[in-house]
Every structure is written in C-alpha cells, then in structure tokens.
Design a protein around this ligand. Structure first.
Ligand code: ATP
Length: 231
C-alpha cells in the first residue's frame, strides 16, 4: 500500500534517516515507535512528500511517487495527521471538516460519519478551531484527514498530551477507522497503543529501523528490545 525503500533523509547537512525501509500493507495497523528524535516524524513527512529522500524511494500501490508533491500524494489517498494538528484556528469545526473534503473523491467518510465517530465535534460544530481543547483539536485533526477518504492514514503521536479518557476515545476511534478498512501507520513514543491494536511494529532508533516484527514477536521479546533500544 505505502512503502519507503532504503531512504536517506537530511535536514540541511544533518542526516535524520539512513537506509530506512518500512511498509504498510492493505488493511494493516502498523506502529512506529522509538525515542524522542529517533526519526519517526521524519518518516511520516517523507512518505507524505513533505521531505524528499536523497537516496531511496517512496512507493504507493506499486508506483514510484518519490517525485510527487504532498498535494498529489494526498489526492492518491494518503492522509497525514501531524503532531501539531494544524487545524485552521479561524474556521469553525464544521468549516475545517467541509474544507478538507473539497478536491477529494467522496467516499465512506462524510461530515456526518466523521461527527458520528467523534460526537463532541458535532456539539462544537460552530466553534472556532482556536477555542478547542487539546483533545477536541486531535479529534478534529483526525476527522479532517478522514474527510479526504484516504486508503492510508498516518497519525503522528495522536495520544500525546491528552488526558487518559481522551486517549481512550482516540484509541477507540482508530480501531473503528481500521474496522472500516483503512490501513494505518501509527507513530507513538510508547508501544502500548500499537501493541494493543496493531499487527506489526517498527522500532526507530537513531534514524534507522532498529527492530521490526509482528506485535506477537515484540511481546515475546519485549524486555530485550526495550533494553537494547532504550524505548
Ligand atoms: P519526536 O518524538 O520528538 O517527534 P521523532 O522520532 O519523530 O521524535 P524526528 O522529529 O523525526 O524524530 O527527528 C529526527 C531528527 O531530525 C532529530 O535529530 C531532530 O532533531 C532532527 N530534526 C527534526 N526536524 C528538523 C528540522 N526541521 N530541522 C533540523 N533538524 C530536524
């Protein structure tokens, strides 16, 4: 579905990724975990086209999309929920959502279905983005990505900074989104959520893939992996 092949990525002269290969297959939930600064966000940004690898390729459904810009990658069905959420503060919740659907093919995810997933968003439909709590912003950011009806959804630390009850709601929403057939690439610093809802895990370490395998394999070897990679 979506793959990064042997990618090197730099910020100026500083190398952030070295020879990274990861993939998300159809219908999978894949976790990307690792310490602060390991390179997880850089992987998502590279897949989305916001960064370009100096070596290696990005592939979507078998096609090389290395040279495509983010808006074209988005139109192919790849969606990204960034860590800082990036909702429009001066637009209402409803405007944020409806705007996201423009320029994309209609599909399962409509305004009503997105609000069905997060009922709080319907209650806040007329509120400006700037007035939302952190949890509401995260819900809006995820719902907005759904409005583009992607086939792959990439989420960058959706649980970060949220209260435990909101984390549970966001986790349940990810499970429901997956149940509707979406492939999901989920970045989290800690492994708990990817372990509980994912099929495979990559541990990112100093800009490389330090470990990869199924969640069952991770569980069987958890202490050794966490110890070696200090996650
Ligand atoms: P976090 O959990 O903090 O988001 P991460 O695993 O997502 O960590 P990245 O944000 O991908 O890590 O960062 C990987 C490396 O690239 C780090 O050393 C970071 O300092 C560096 N880096 C990230 N963004 C930039 C940037 N815009 N300019 C320069 N260096 C950057």
């Amino acid at each position: 579905m979506l793959r990064l092949e042997d990618a090197d990525v730099f910020y100026g002269k500083a190398q952030a990724l070295g020879g990274v290969s990861i993939e998300v297959r159809e219908g999978e939930v894949v976790g990307l975990v690792g310490r602060n600064g390991a390179g997880k966000s850089t992987i998502l940004k590279t897949l989305m086209g916001l960064l370009t690898p100096t070596r290696g390729r990005r592939i979507h459904k078998g096609e090389d999309i290395t040279s495509l810009p983010p808006q074209k990658i988005s139109r192919r069905g790849v969606a990204f929920v960034p860590e800082n959420r990036q909702i429009f503060p001066n637009l209402t919740v409803e405007e944020n959502l409806r705007l996201a659907g423009v320029m994309h093919k209609p599909g399962f995810w409509t305004y009503d279905r997105a609000c069905g997933l997060f009922p709080r968003l319907r209650e806040r439909a007329r509120s400006n983005g700037s007035s939302l709590s952190g949890g509401e912003q995260q819900m809006l950011s995820i719902a907005r990505a759904l409005m583009t009806n992607p086939t792959v959804l990439m989420l960058d630390e959706p649980s970060e900074g949220l209260a435990p009850l909101v984390v549970r709601d966001v986790r349940d929403a990810i499970v429901e989104i997956h149940r509707q057939g979406m492939a999901i690439l989920l970045v989290e610093q800690k492994v708990a959520i990817p372990m509980s809802i994912g099929q495979r895990i990559y541990v990112v370490d100093h800009g490389t893939v330090g470990w990869s395998g199924t969640t069952a394999e991770f569980a069987a070897d958890r202490a050794a992996i966490e110890n070696k990679l200090a996650i």
